[in-house]
Design a protein around this ligand. Structure first.
Ligand code: 6CS
Ligand code: FE
Length: 311
C-alpha cells in the first residue's frame, strides 16, 4: 500500500522499517506561552527528557470519592454496560474500559476543563485544545488484564488519522496505584523515537484491539533496545495522583493479580492544529468515542465552583 504524501509516520507496514527520531517538538509552546502556566521550567525539562510527569495527590480526595461512586453506578447500569463504548475483559463480563466518559458524565466533563489542567495542556501543546478521547480503565481485582507495550500515537496516527505528535494524555488514579494492582509502566525517553510497526490493520480492528492489542505493538528487538537504554518506571501513588504522558511515550501495564482494582481515568487532549484526517492505515475512521471528529472546538475552562457541584 503506497504511503500518503502527508504521512510522516508510516506504520502498519508489510515489511519492517527502521525506527527514527520524532519529527515534532515535545513541548510545543515557546517564549512566554511556555513559562506562563502551572508547569515550571523544571517540570517542562523533565517532560522533555522523560515523556511523562507524575504528581501525587493532584485531585481532592472528596472529588475522587465521588468519581468512584460514579464508577460503581456504571457497573450496575444496563445502558452503560451495553453501550458500544464499554469494553469488557476478554471472555468475561467485567468492565475493562468505558470510552467517551466525558460525554457520559457532567462531572467528568467538567474535570476535562479544570483550569489547572487546561493551563498545563496549553503549555504542552502550545495551542487551543479539544478532547480526542476519554476513557476509564477499570482493571478490576484478580480479573483486570494488562495492556501490551505500545505508543498511543502509533495507533491514533494509523487508525484515527492524527497527523503529528501534538497530543497528551492525563491519567488520574481513581484508586490507589500500587506495585501489585497493575500500575501504568512507562519507558522514559521512548517518546523521542518513532517505531513503525508491521502488520496490515483489518477493518474494525478496535473491536478486538481494545480487549487485547495485537497490532501496533513494537517488535521485540525495538522494545528491547528502548528498555535496555531507558529502563522502565511504574509510578505508584494514592487515588487522586496524576500522570501526564506524551502521545508517543511507550507504555503498558501488567494484569492485576491483587484483590484491589486499579481504576484510572484518561483524558487525551489534541491540539486544534492537529485535527484528525483520513486514517493513514487506509481504513474507514473509527467511531467518535475513540477518535473524536465532531466536537473539536477549543475547550474553555470550567470555573472551579462548577467542579465540585454535585450532579
Ligand atoms: O486504540 C486506542 O485508542 C486505545 N488503545 C490503547 C492501548 N491505548 C490508547 C487507547 O485507549
Ligand atoms: Fe495506551
Amino acid at each position: 500500500m503506497e504511503t500518503r504524501s502527508d504521512d510522516l509516520y508510516p506504520t502498519r507496514l508489510e515489511r519492517p522499517m527502521s525506527r527514527f527520531e520524532r519529527l515534532d517538538p515535545i513541548v510545543h509552546s515557546t517564549g512566554r506561552d511556555r513559562s506562563d502556566g502551572p508547569l515550571s521550567d523544571t517540570d517542562l525539562a523533565r517532560y522533555e527528557r522523560d515523556g511523562f510527569l507524575v504528581f501525587n495527590q493532584f485531585l481532592d480526595p472528596e472529588l475522587v470519592r465521588r468519581f468512584r461512586e460514579d464508577l460503581r453506578a456504571y457497573e450496575n447500569d444496563e445502558s452503560v454496560l451495553h453501550s458500544e463504548g464499554t469494553i469488557t475483559e476478554p471472555g468475561k463480563q467485567e468492565i475493562r474500559s468505558i470510552f467517551g466518559i466525558h460525554e457520559l458524565s457532567e462531572r467528568f466533563d467538567r474535570l476535562t476543563r479544570d483550569p489547572r489542567i487546561l493551563d498545563m495542556v496549553h503549555q504542552l501543546l502550545g495551542s487551543d485544545v479539544y478532547i480526542h478521547q476519554s476513557r476509564i480503565n477499570y482493571k478490576p481485582g484478580f480479573h483486570g488484564k494488562g495492556f501490551d507495550w505500545h505508543s498511543d500515537f502509533e495507533t491514533w496516527h494509523a487508525e484515527d488519522g492524527m497527523p503529528r505528535m501534538r497530543s497528551v494524555s492525563f491519567s488520574i488514579a481513581l484508586t490507589d496505584n500500587t506495585p501489585f494492582n497493575g500500575p501504568l509502566m512507562l519507558v522514559p525517553g521512548s517518546h523521542k523515537t518513532y517505531i513503525p510497526c508491521v502488520g496490515r490493520t483489518p477493518e474494525d480492528n478496535y473491536q478486538s484491539s481494545l480487549k487485547k492489542q495485537e497490532l501496533g505493538v513494537p517488535s521485540g528487538q525495538d522494545l528491547n533496545r528502548e528498555i535496555e537504554r531507558h529502563g522502565i518506571q511504574a509510578p505508584t501513588g494514592p487515588a487522586g495522583s496524576l500522570i501526564i504522558f506524551e502521545c508517543n511515550t511507550l507504555h503498558g501495564s501488567n494484569a492485576n493479580m491483587s484483590p484491589w482494582p486499579r481504576s484510572n481515568l484518561f483524558f487525551v487532549y489534541n491540539s486544534v492544529e492537529n485535527k484528525l484526517r483520513q486514517p493513514y492505515c487506509g481504513n474507514k475512521p473509527r467511531p467518535d468515542f475513540l477518535g473524536n471528529r465532531t466536537s473539536t472546538e477549543a475547550l474553555t475552562p470550567a470555573w472551579s465552583r462548577d467542579l465540585h457541584k454535585v450532579g
